[in-house]
Each structure stands twice: as C-alpha cells, then as structure tokens.
Design a protein around this ligand. Sequence first.
Ligand code: PTJ
Length: 243
Amino acid sequence: MIPPDHPRYRSLMTRERLAAAARDGVLAMEGLTAHGRGEAFDYLIGERTTGSALLAERTAAALLLSARHPVISVNGNTAALAAPEIAALQKASGAIVEVNLFHRTEERVRLIEELLTRAGVEVFSGTAERLLPLSHDRAWCRRDGMYAADVILVPLEDGDRCEALVKMNKTVIAIDLNPLSRTARAASITIVDELTRAVPEIARACRELDVGERERLVSRLDNHYLLAEAIREITLRLRACSG
Ligand code: PTJ
C-alpha cells in the first residue's frame, strides 16, 4: 500500500503499474530495467519538460501532421504507461498505431493489442512479416503499416531498429530520456522527455499548429541542437544542485 502523501507517490505508483503489467505479460521483464534507466535520466532533467523537449514535441507534431503515412510504434512499456495518451495522439494526428516488440511473442502482441483497443486505440493489426533488415524480432511488421511509413514515432526504442528505419529513408521521431543513447543519436529527431509527458504535448501541438507554423518547425529541425540543449540543461541542473 503506497500512501498518497508519499513524496514519491506518482513514481511509486508508476512502478506498481509496470510491475502489474509485467505480471500480466504485457511488459517484458527487461522493460522494468529500461524504466529504471529512464527514471535516472528523468531525475537529471528535473522530472519536467524542458524548453528543448517542448520544441522537439512541437516539431514531432508538425512532422506527423505533414506525413503521407504516419505510424506510431508501440512496445510493452509504451502500452503499459500510456495507452489512453496514445489513443488521444492517434485521434489528433491521424497516425496508424502498430505494435512492434523486441521481446516478441504472439501472445504479447495479442495482449498489447487488446490493452490498446480497450483504451480507445484503433490498432493496425493483421499478418506481420519479417520485413525490416534486422536479425532480431523487431524485424516483424506489417507491409501496409510500419514498412510503408514515411514518418514513424518510436517511443523507448532500441538503437538497432532506429538506425535501420533511418537507412530506409524514414523520418524517425524517438522519445528517449537518455540523450546519449544510440537511439537518440540515430533518430531524425529525439524528444528527451518522459513518455507520459511527451505524448500529450505532441497531441496538444497536433491540435494547435497551423500550416505556417508546421512548415517553419519542420524546416528548422536540428537534432544535434536538440540533443546538445538537453545535455546543457542536465549540466545546468547538476551545477545548480552541486552549488
Ligand atoms: O516491449 P518490448 O519487448 O519491445 O521491449 C521494450 C524495451 C523498452 C524493453 C526495449 O525496447 C529496450 O530494451 O529498450 P532499451 O534499449 O532499454 O531503451 C529504452 C530507452 O528508453 C532507454 O534509453 C531509457 O532511458 C528510455 N526510457 C525508459 N523509460 C522511459 C524512457 N524514455 C522516456 N520515457 C520513459 N518512461
């Protein structure tokens, strides 16, 4: 029992939620350690959406809205943490939502698709094929879904697939609290923010941006700048805490 007045209530409840999702088979056990790494980086950015993250979120919205075939890729952590937020983003952006897993079993795909559907997501399912140039199971996707995407949002990604998607000339939007990760470096744009803060901000921007603002954001996209700013904001915070 976690008392609501505990200073880390939200964080502890999130852990409980993920532990339950792991017991239910939605979350891979490895997803718990991935979350722990994310928590550590969230401390470093001050558990808030930084200025550079907000710019990245608005640019991500502009990319999704300008896309011919936008896709949101969902894994176990994303489904366990943010299924209703993904439903709202799908509504605001018009993107396809497809499940893609690193620790893939047919049973996990089914459980995650069911969880998303219950949250109001229109899931793009059907027969998956081994289409991406990867030796692990993230290679499995749908020909008319992820494989055909021009813009793809990949929350909590592993670097391999991110690199492969960029090589396939797709615009890859990563959400990753670690600005030093291979994913963060390989993506076309990286949002260094916590998933449950980032997804609603992208959805909000999708509802707000006019065409002129979209074009301006896309034309100024610079991932090196965004990552450098994220690292600078962490450095400033560390300096303030140590001072
Ligand atoms: O469900 P599956 O089988 O597809 O597996 C999903 C995981 C997350 C286990 C898999 O993709 C994986 O191993 O990912 P990595 O390589 O550990 O990368 C996850 C990244 O996401 C790390 O850099 C974390 O810092 C970051 N991260 C973790 N939690 C969050 C996060 N970023 C944003 N928000 C979070 N809540």
